[in-house]
Design a protein around this ligand. Structure first.
Ligand SMILES: [Zn+2]
Length: 364
């Protein structure tokens, strides 16, 4: 992934003169190269390519020795910039490239710098080839060693550098210390295998009650009446509020879990038999499970964590020891006659889900 960091630089007078001079030479080269392309097209019906222009560059510099004061890669970048303008023109994304005056040519670029050995070898300074070490005001941290490209820009009477850094994307951690299995939706919103129980916040219940009341009121209003319209609006408003509360709850819960664990195992909802406890706020479950799984999944991806889905079949009827312990929905506590384990049934399921997930990872 590429990141760009912008900082102000403070050249001393002599350096600033050089910066202006380089800008001027780059602009002149740009206009010269544009003129060449135009002339070539007029005379032969064919324009010039970037490669042709780059090959001709040393001859141009020989004929115009003042260009020896500019780093050769900076000059190549000028030709790239022109080529890019033509590409955009051919793609119909921009008009025909124009000659640039001083106000429209304000930056030049070092496309490949050696950040480690040279560019940031002096603290508080940035090295610019043919200019020297220029004071830089880096007001925030940046990955100096990963900077590969330096763009120097004059804007509003000040000088800036745009530093492009290439940073590798986060890869999954190979050693899994913090692992978790999540069981969703029987007596709790979610149960985590580490013993954490997640229930929806109390305000859901309040919103649910409000919604039920508003819906009752709506059903009593005459069709087509003014009052019915108002009552409908009220119901819609409460629905929207609940949706927001749900989203907020799901985001916060998923973020906390992904932050804490390196491996997250969840049930594959496509094969889960959806049973629900009606005593809990209903609307959070209606859309909540799928959404929650999606949030956890993409957050895992973003932070380089491992996300595993497993078939939850039988997890509610089995003990950690492997014994089959059948129980209907009314039974909340798991009691194993074989090993004597007594535990919240959802927690047992969460631990089994985690086990299945870890087995699945081990097989890969
Ligand atoms: Zn057991």
């Amino acid at each position: 992934m590429q990141f760009v960091y912008r900082f102000e630089i403070h050249p001393i007078h002599e350096q600033e003169q050089k910066l202006f001079y380089i800008l001027k030479l780059c602009r002149k080269l740009y206009n010269h190269a544009l003129n060449e392309r135009k002339t070539a097209y007029k005379e032969s019906g064919q324009g010039l390519t970037y490669c042709q222009q780059q090959n001709a560059l040393p001859i141009f510099v020989e004929a115009n020795p003042e260009y020896k004061k500019v780093h050769s890669q900076v000059l190549q970048d000028v030709l790239h910039r022109l080529d890019f303008a033509f590409q955009r023109y051919f793609a119909k994304e921009a008009g025909y490239p124009r000659f640039k005056n001083r106000d429209h040519y304000r930056s030049f670029t070092y496309p490949q710098v050696d950040a480690v050995k040279k560019t940031f070898s002096q603290p508080g300074f940035i090295f610019l080839s043919k200019i020297g070490f220029v004071k830089i005001k880096a007001h925030r941290e940046f990955p100096a060693g990963s900077v590969s490209r330096v763009n120097v820009k004059y804007h509003g009477g000040k000088w800036y550098v745009n530093l492009t850094a290439e940073i590798p994307e986060t890869k999954p951690v190979p050693v899994y210390k913090n692992v978790v299995g999540i069981d969703m939706g029987l007596s709790h919103f979610a149960a985590l295998s580490d013993g954490t129980i997640v229930d929806p916040p109390k305000y859901f219940r309040q919103s649910e009650k409000k919604l039920a009341r508003a819906q009752r009121r709506l059903s009593r209003k005459k069709k087509g009446s003014n009052n019915r319209g108002k009552a409908k609006e009220k119901v819609a408003k409460i629905h929207a509020k609940i949706a927001n509360q749900r989203k907020d709850f799901l985001h916060k819960t998923s973020a906390a879990i992904v932050k804490q664990f390196d491996v997250v195992v969840m049930e594959d909802l496509r094969v889960k038999n959806m049973v629900r406890n009606h005593r809990l706020a209903k609307s959070i479950y209606d859309a909540g499970w799928g959404q929650f799984q999606k949030y956890v999944g993409y957050k895992c991806q973003r932070y380089g964590k491992v996300f595993v889905l497993v078939d939850p079949k039988g997890t509610s009827q089995t003990c950690l020891c492997g014994e089959n312990v059948p129980k209907d929905l009314s039974i909340r506590i798991h009691e194993c006659p074989a090993c004597g384990l007594v535990m919240d049934r959802d927690l047992v399921s969460a631990k089994l889900i985690l086990e299945r997930g870890l087995e699945k990872i081990a097989r890969v």
